[in-house]
Design a protein around this ligand. Structure first.
Ligand code: SF4
Length: 627
């Protein structure tokens, strides 16, 4: 097979053994690489009753089929394991240069089993792969680790690592790469910490052979021209995702005060324009990317002084509006600290805003917080708590469990302020202002998640793409973000497509918003890069298979329809103000349509036997012992 590294590294940390095994084309034809490959490997290797922080958990890191190719934004790798935050399927993805470098070293994925007796890091230099003593870097933050390993292995190596949050088993710890890129969701940094793996340094000097060298550059050039001509590209290069604050405010979709409402009166103070005018240093691109949504920002003076990676919209929302915080410098600095310590900013802000609401309601007091004032918008407290959570100090130790577990522990009625699904905090997408996002958060395999489906086709009125992907008959309802009709059909299709995108290593910016590339482009790219013919129909079936094996993984851990839920605030309390005033999420109606479209049982929410047979998942179905 062309266009791949060619081998998978299987690492037994308990025995300190490394085994490089060839990639199997039959597996690729059924599950692709990236998300699909790890879905199958982890389903096969993690026992149903495994503790996420025990030696039985398996941590996988995989590139996609197109990662490292010349396709626009083919920069991504995926991390997966049983999540310590949710206890179910955990996955997270990041862009950067680490994934392409791994491929150039000759590897497509790394699978860690067991637990190392002492801290180690994995050093890869082409064929030379070794576990190295990491005692002297254990305890260092992400930036220090990055610098130290670059000094040791040369400027050209690419580093993936955890910070103190991962070492301290914070349940929403991230795995960082290329300094500021984060596989943030699902708490997989804690899994890496539990395995005592501090980092992976990679240097690959090989090249990736492509299947059709004669047409390769010409075809890839065409894809790049399409991306360049897309009207979204200049806007994204200018603001990244930061100007979503303004756009979300306009439609009432900017979660504020722990989702009490979808508008934030002080939104201009944390807006994309504010960051662009006063804090932007430069835009930054990942591998082979023209959109350049990454950026470097600075705070020039004061307590929040720093220069480094910039927040994306999700952090402006989570550490800003969601906490009622209009101090943009603290949002930028909080983001910087989260990267330095290695934490997911969505769960971080989601957990702090849960505590702030509990404080506001008088359910948490200074006795609980050791004197910290948790009033809405207290920027100092947000920064202080960020440090305390990463190091599990004082009240931070409780918050390091995430909002759902913290509320379980504290009780006192604080549970009703947990804005999470399956114990993972909801991202910065107010679903009362976009119903498809509510359904997507409820059904996503990794718990509350806007990216598993990323159903944005109704957000900006992509009528042409809805026509192309679904058909004229679904308009105008499908494109209306406040209408629940056809959202089950849309979310199902988006989930299937997005897991394919995560299995080939592409960015969602280009495949979903803007929706420039769809199955025909992915199919063509796989053909010229990997030399594999996979039609649109075959790719769609693979996507469906991946979603269903994720569902089987979760079903073995007790997940059914009852868990595909949303906090009552979103389904029973109307949005109190803003452009979506009066709206709730009609989740039950959308779920029925979704299950029907998926071929899942309406009562249990689990795939029917017929669906699993159609997707050649019979053997996996039997192994669950549930059918
Ligand atoms: S659009 Fe942004 S996240 Fe995607 S590859 Fe480009 S810089 Fe990276």
């Amino acid at each position: 097979m062309k266009g791949v590294g060619g081998e998978i590294l299987w690492i037994d940390l308990t025995e300190q053994e490394i085994d490089a095994r060839p990639i199997e084309e039959s597996m690729v034809r059924k599950f692709l690489l990236g998300a699909g490959f790890l879905s199958k490997v982890l389903f096969d290797h993690i026992p149903a009753d495994a503790d996420p922080l025990s030696s039985e958990n398996v941590l996988g890191i995989a590139t996609g089929l197109l990662t490292g190719s010349m396709f626009p934004q083919a920069s991504r790798h995926l991390v997966a394991a049983l999540s310590p935050l949710t206890g179910i399927w955990g996955e997270s993805h990041a862009a950067g240069f680490w994934g392409p470098e791994l491929k150039m070293a000759g590897y497509d994925a790394i699978i860690f089993k067991g637990i190392s007796p002492e801290p180690v890091y994995l050093n890869i230099r082409d064929d030379d792969v070794a576990l190295v003593d990491a005692k002297n870097i254990w305890g260092k933050d992400v930036f220090e680790t990055d610098e130290l390993l670059h000094k040791r292995h040369g400027k050209k190596c690419r580093i993936l690592s955890i910070g103190p949050a991962g070492e301290n088993l914070v349940r929403f710890a991230a795995i960082m790469n290329d300094r500021d890129r984060a596989s943030a969701r699902s708490g997989l940094g804690a899994v890496m910490g539990s395995k005592k793996v501090k980092a992976i340094s990679v240097r690959g000097t090989g090249k990736i052979d492509v299947a059709d060298p004669d047409n390769y550059l010409k075809e890839m050039d065409r894809f790049h021209k399409r991306m360049l001509d897309n009207p979204f590209t200049p806007e994204r290069a200018k603001y990244g995702t930061t100007n979503l604050v303004e756009m979300m405010q306009e439609i009432g979709r900017l979660p504020s005060y722990n989702f009490r409402q979808g508008v934030f009166d002080e939104y201009e103070k944390i807006s994309g324009q504010k960051i662009y005018d006063e804090h932007l240093v430069k835009a930054r691109a990942d591998w082979c990317c023209l959109q350049r949504c990454g950026r470097v920002t600075t705070v020039r003076e004061g307590p929040y002084k720093y220069t480094g990676g910039a927040p994306e919209f999700e952090t402006q929302s989570s550490l800003g509006s969601r906490c009622g915080n209009d101090n943009v410098e603290s949002v930028l600095f909080g983001h910087h600290l989260a990267n330095k310590y290695g934490m997911d900013t969505i769960s971080l802000g989601g957990t702090i805003s849960w505590a702030m609401e509990a404080w506001d309601e008088g359910l948490l007091t200074e006795e609980d917080t050791e004197g910290i004032d948790l009033s809405w918008g207290n920027a100092e407290a947000i920064i202080e708590l960020t440090k305390m959570i990463a190091h599990r100090e004082g009240f931070g130790d409780l918050l390091a469990e995430g909002s759902a577990k913290a509320a379980e522990e504290i009780g006192r009625g604080t549970e009703k302020f947990v804005m999470a699904v399956k114990k993972q905090e909801i991202a910065g997408q107010e679903p009362r202002a976009q119903k498809s996002m509510g359904l997507a958060a409820a059904t996503a395999a990794r718990g509350a998640d806007h990216l598993y489906a990323f159903p944005v086709l109704d957000e900006a009125g992509f009528d042409d793409e809805i026509r192309e992907r679904f058909g004229e008959e679904y308009l105008p309802e499908m494109t209306d973000r406040l209408n629940p009709k056809y959202k089950g059909i849309m979310v199902k299709e988006c989930e299937d497509y997005m897991v394919v995108v995560e299995s080939v290593g592409l960015c969602k910016y280009g495949t979903q918003i803007p929706p420039e590339f769809y199955y025909p482009a992915v199919s063509k790219a796989i053909q010229i890069h990997n030399g594999i013919e996979l039609s649109e129909k075959q790719l769609k079936e693979i996507g469906e298979r991946i979603v269903n094996i994720n569902r089987l993984f979760n079903a073995m851990r007790g997940i059914t329809r009852k868990d595909d839920s949303l906090p009552k605030r979103l389904t029973q309390q109307a949005a109190p103000t803003g452009p979506s005033k009066g709206q709730t999420v009609e989740l039950d109606d959308m779920l029925e349509e979704y299950y029907e479209e998926r071929g899942w049982n309406l009562e249990s929410g689990l795939p029917t036997k017929e669906t699993l047979r159609r997707l050649s998942l019979e053997e996996e179905m039997k192994r669950t012992g549930l059918w």
